[in-house]
Design a protein around this ligand. Structure first.
Ligand code: PLP
Length: 381
């Protein structure tokens, strides 16, 4: 038996998305920059997909750019905005230590290589960034704030709307990594009033290797990928038309089934929490907050008094046919304690005793039952 409960790392591509992609690898293989009918066919799906994404996120199609992944979107937004300010008096960036490495490493690169000043906001114990801390960190020199909408390890949602109000009152750009939030909680880009936002298709039943960058029409970015002027000259390179056709389907499915997905996540998470409490009582801890948290992610910690070997916990689940994560998906394979949990003050032992369970569109109640049964074996034998 194989149970997949690591949907925050990646999701299975929906077969309907695969079906939507295939014609663009076979008969409709044209290059959207070509003027002939093959090119026109590719151009049509490129723009239809852009419209589908823009409509779901409530922005203009011309504010949507296709990239190769969420990481590229984060890099393009942050480096692109920063380079516009290079050499000016505005040289201060605010972010947090619990951002995905695609944000954190990018900001640290800008600090080390170009001398930008960086402030890392201290999050609360759930990884939440408070708007008050942002106010305290803002200086005259601040030109960019980058804070994730929800945390990939804990599911914690930060109050981006309030942070956005602070940023716009001070004329500071706000970039938001919305990779984990799309399809799990409402993201309305008009309401959030961001300069830029990052999206990744493989977290929402699309293929790996395709992402979206939202860039407000009022924001100018220095381009990151020079080339043939594609994506309105923001990102050179022939567009990945088959995957872009897939993204259109991804967002159509979020429109038709997204609410149902969320009900499923909610029910599974509630059931999971109840069953874990029934199994372990006081000896199970929930690292994720009970409120303002994504419906599909729950990070749990086994009490060390249970006497299990925390260093092999994730491997033991794997040996029982259960895929869960002990940290960021990008580090999976390496059994190191989660940097995010360590940053939040957990000891190494506590971090290693923590497991992220994340539900997806195809998760079932029987998956939870299987997890609970195997947890009993892992913890007590
Ligand atoms: N941002 C967050 C919050 C993520 O969880 C991830 C993926 O784990 C990324 C960015 C990177 O996305 P991608 O894998 O498409 O590069």
């Amino acid at each position: 038996m194989n149970i997949y409960l690591d949907n925050a790392a990646t999701t299975k591509t929906d077969s309907r998305v695969v079906d939507a992609m295939i014609p663009y690898m076979t008969e409709h293989f044209g290059n959207p920059s070509s003027v002939h009918s093959y090119g026109k066919k590719a151009k049509v799906i490129l723009e239809e997909s852009r419209e589908a994404v823009a409509s779901f996120l409530n922005c203009k199609p011309k504010e949507i750019f296709f990239t190769s992944c969420g990481t590229e979107s984060n890099n393009t937004a942050i480096k692109g905005i920063a380079l516009k300010y290079l050499g000016s008096k505005k040289n201060h960036i605010i972010t947090s230590p619990v951002e995905h490495p695609a944000v954190l490493e990018t900001v640290i690169f800008l600090k080390d290589k170009f001398g930008f000043e960086v402030t890392l906001i201290k999050p609360d114990r759930f990884g939440r960034i408070s708007p008050e801390e942002i106010i305290n960190a803002v200086k005259d020199e601040t030109f960019l704030i980058s804070i994730m909408h929800s945390n990939n390890e804990l599911g914690t949602i930060s109050d981006i709307k309030s942070i956005s109000e602070i940023a716009s009152a001070k004329n500071i750009h706000l970039h938001c990594d919305t990779v984990q939030s799309i399809g799990k909680t409402k993201i309305d880009l008009k309401e959030l009033n961001l300069s830029a936002a990052s999206v990744s298709a493989h977290k929402i039943y699309g293929p790996k290797g395709i992402g979206v960058l939202y860039k407000s029409e009022n924001v100018e970015l220095d381009k990151f990928m020079h080339g043939g002027g594609q994506e309105r000259d923001l990102r050179g390179g022939t567009e990945n038309i088959p995957y872009i056709a897939g993204i259109k389907k991804v967002f159509e499915l979020l429109v038709s089934e997204g609410e149902e997905d969320v009900v499923n996540y909610d029910e599974l998470k509630t059931y999971f929490i109840r069953e874990m409490k029934n199994l372990l009582g006081e000896k199970i801890h929930f690292n994720s907050p009970s409120e303002n948290s994504l419906p599909n992610i729950i990070n749990i910690r086994f009490d060390n008094s249970l006497g299990f070997d925390e260093e092999t916990l994730i491997i033991k689940y794997d040996l029982k046919g259960i895929a869960v994560s002990g940290g960021s998906a990008c580090h999976s394979g390496a059994l190191k304690p989660s940097k995010v949990l360590m940053t939040l003050g957990f000891s190494e032992k506590e971090a290693l005793s923590s497991v992220r369970v994340s539900f997806g569109r195809f998760s079932l109640k029987s998956d939870v039952d299987y997890f609970i049964g195997k947890t009993k074996e892992i913890i007590y034998t």
